[in-house]
Each structure stands twice: as C-alpha cells, then as structure tokens.
Design a protein around this ligand. Structure first.
Ligand SMILES: [Zn+2]
Length: 165
C-alpha cells in the first residue's frame, strides 16, 4: 500500500484534483480552485485541515515557500514552526482531547509523500480507533467531515492564538 491516508467516501472529495501546479502553494495564495481548508496562518506558515483525514482533527502545517526538504528551512521558519506546532497541539487538546499524537514529515514518494511541497502531519490519536484492517478495507466510518473539522479548528485557533490568524 503506497498511501496511509485513505480518501474518505464523501462526495465532494471525489471531485477532480484541482488544476494547480502545487496544491499547498494554491492554499497559501488563497487560490479559489482549492477547497478552503486553512484554519490558521502566521508569517511563514499555514495550518490546514487534511482533506483526507486519518483521524478527526488531522492537520497539515506547511511553509508558504515551496520547498521539499526540512533542510531547506531557514532558521526563522524553524523557530516559527515550533511555535505554530505548540499552538496546533493546544488547539487539538482543547477541541478533540486526543489520547496521543503522531507528528511527522513524509519526505519522498516511497515515504508516502503524495505532495512534494514540505508539510508536517499532525495526527491526533484516540483510544478506540478502527484497526488497521478496517482502514485497508475502507470500511472505517469517517468520524467527522473535513468541513466540520475546519469550523471547529478555526474557532479554537481564534480563541487560543493571541492576535488571531
Ligand atoms: Zn508548493
């Protein structure tokens, strides 16, 4: 299996891929061709809900600069990333009360990166998730639509971030 993050069965997810060179650059530049999943923004970083969530609250954190490797991050981008990551965890704790997290970059296609533009997955984990076999057979029921996730996350980012997004 090449991809860990399976698409949900929701109809609007099934639409064609937007005709843009890079979907994350398109989100950064507020391109109307992409679904509005942004939940927070800082000087160099954008936080969005994942269109194909692995669990409820699954977020992506990415720099607006189109780079493919963490080693290309500049010092100010790294320090800002750490701060944004902390805020993301506070927001998820407040909004979803998960029992744990997986946080990481997939770099390169064999590692599962389907988008070249560097992005950090923040995946909340819950005690009673469906097993891996359920996920493989796509019988897992989606706990929440990405649309609802965006609504929930935006409200909590507004509350917890000083100065807003
Ligand atoms: Zn890009």
């Amino acid at each position: 299996m090449r991809q860990l993050y399976i698409p949900s069965k929701m109809s609007y997810v099934k639409g064609k891929r937007p005709q843009v060179d890079c979907i994350l650059c398109a989100v950064c530049h507020k391109d109307r061709k992409v679904t509005k999943l942004e939940v927070h923004r800082t000087k160099h970083w954008v936080v969005s809900a994942n269109l194909h969530p692995y669990t409820a609250g699954h977020m992506l954190l990415f720099p607006c600069r189109h780079i493919a490797d963490v080693r290309q991050l500049l010092e100010n981008e790294v320090s800002e990333m750490i701060a944004v990551q902390k805020l993301c965890l506070d927001v998820l704790d407040a909004a979803y009360k998960p029992a744990g997290y997986n946080i990481g970059f997939n770099i390169g296609r064999p590692a599962g990166a389907s988008i070249e533009h560097l992005h950090l997955h923040i995946v909340p984990r819950y005690p009673n998730e469906a097993g891996f076999l359920d996920i493989l057979s796509e019988t897992r029921s989606i706990v929440e639509s990405p649309k609802q996730t965006v609504k929930t996350l935006r409200a909590h980012f507004k509350k917890l971030s000083k100065g807003g997004s």
